[in-house]
Design a protein around this ligand. Sequence first.
Ligand code: DGJ
Length: 731
Amino acid sequence: MNIIWHKSTRQIHLCNRRISYIMYVQPNGELGQLYFGKKLHDKDDFTYLSYRGQKSHVCGEAASEDFSMELNRQEYPSFGGTDFGTPAYEISYADGSMIGKYTYVDHLIFKGKKPLPGLPATYGSEEEAMTVEITMHDELRNVYIVLSYTIFDDYPAIARSVRFINRSDNQIVLNRVLSLCMDLSDLNYEMIQFSGAWARERIPIVRKINSGITAVESRRGVSSANQNPFVILKRENTNEFVGEAIGFSFVYSGNFLAQADADTYGRLRFLMGIHPDGFKWPLSKDEEFSTPEVVMVYSDQGLNYLSQTYHKLYNKNLVRGVWKERPRPILLNNWEATFMNFTEADILKIAAKAKEAGAELFVLDDGWFGARDNDYAGLGDWVENTKKLPDGMKGLAKKINELGLEFGFWIEPEMVNPDSDLYRKHPDWSFSVPGRKPSLGRHQLVLDFSRKEVVDYIYNMLFKVIDGANIAYIKWDMNRTISECFSHEGGALKQGMIYHKYVLGVYSLYKRLITAFPDILFESCASGGARFDAGMLYYAPQAWCSDNTDAVDRLLIQTGTSYGYPVVSIGSHVSAVPNQQTGRSTPIDFRANVAYFGTFGYELDLNHISEEEFEQVKKQIMFMKENRELIQYGDFYRLITPYDNNMCAWMVVSEDKKKALFGCYVLRANVNAITARVKLCGLDPDAIYTIGNHSYFGDELMQVGVVLDARNAPGFTIGEDYKSIVLTINT
Ligand code: DGJ
């Protein structure tokens, strides 16, 4: 990797073995974009890439009439100048003007990557990453903007963020501070967004880019189940295996905007950052504001390669702590088995059976604290309910440990029920508009985490429960989105800061807990997958993917999630049938074959399944123990996606290509079906692989495929609904 400054032409070229990113100082001093894509040879001058041939409406701002901000591609366009496209930022200055003009001052190139204060971000050593910070200045206003770009040695990836520094004597207000603007030189793209709702999160939708705006966003205070802060721009012909695509992943867990603006001269502007709605951030003299970062990945080898890049980059350079690159424990969670209705004896009985099956970790879900017997009460009172846990968390942890299992439990620290001691004591600690009745969601309100005292209070309560007990795991839930986001502290000027300060408060609590308890494995959750984003992964290396545990629906949800997030981060469990969300019954091997491609665990009482199924469960756990390293950290391929399909096929291959696993799922039985063949991927064409009793060359498996009949895929007979196989492929 390298970052080269061409002094004579004032161009900056970031490159590694795979990609080039080239910018330049435009004739008017503002920063322009020249190229992002497959690696180019370096040279002094790429200015010809800026020329667009058309005549613009307003030329201005430079000596030559040929120069136009509107027709050139910009790095970080302002509001109110001659660019006319969607601005990346907008600032209100003391005189009421919102018109900025920031010109190049200097730049700093260094090895490695700096952390972002208070925010999650990718990191990289001096060998892994290189950064350029470009300082821009508005002389009239004496405000600086520092644009930061990090290129990673091993990946076709660039991380970007922006810092605002006010050096003027006047207060300014940041109205809009997006993290990234990427101007592309043609409009021939489609946008893949990952959309849904509770229980149907992250389903890919492809939209053709047309003149004007194509956008997804969240104003729910969390990244949301409805739209994910990860999108892909791809060429029309790009598929899983070939073609160009650019991914944009926002390392942030709150309101966001991801927007493509296709102008009428063929310039495609893509922007991503904190949603400007409801955002106003005052900056006094010498104060700074840093945006969260966006990680862009370029692929010229289709969507699988794009996803694999995110998987590896996030596993190696975003996830942190002792769980980084470690296979995950096989757990049993009691939620769907008992809901909040349990005694300690019930819990121990479920845990003992989980141990007998071979599980490694027991997780006690919601219902262990305060007056929490249903979801009307208790949130905020993080003290053990001794009717349910007579010896407290410490006592239960000890008893579970004595069974031979690790122990973990559930929390929902950001919430309060009006029926709780905390709310009775501090009614002003939750969001609400003075003089109006606040809206409830799941009978609860959102605590005002923009206030340090609130975060401190919750931290201290949780600390008491965790400290001294032997806790291996925590599931951190968040079951309602934010409305009426008004803080009772701070006055009028602060209200535009609250959404973002809330997210910073959540991150600060995470940071304090992971620092105090560095060995605990955190799993994030928000009514399932409503906060599955790269920001959360920095603190919690895995996330509960969806409250929908139906294996058929999980094929869609887990496939969608895999586009932007590593397999090892996808919380996936086998649950009871009929499924509690869909009412569907699928065989237990089908449920496990789907759940293997994630963290793997169980969400049911194993005392309530048949002897025969219990024997299967034991085998499943053994299988996962043998293969989890490969599944969770191998190269993952979507061979056949389940959307508008009766079939789905996934595959993982080890880095040395010696081992692979192939998972294949058929939903509805086909009568008199034609034998299906699925072509594998990522193998060594010259190596000989065995599947069961058969041997094949790698090229055969990739060019011809696995023939799905009873001889080659034992047990895989078409003739029943919900058939599946997972084949091990070894050299
Ligand atoms: C929602 C989560 O997604 C579930 O798994 C469970 O933890 C419940 N909340 C508990 O209230």
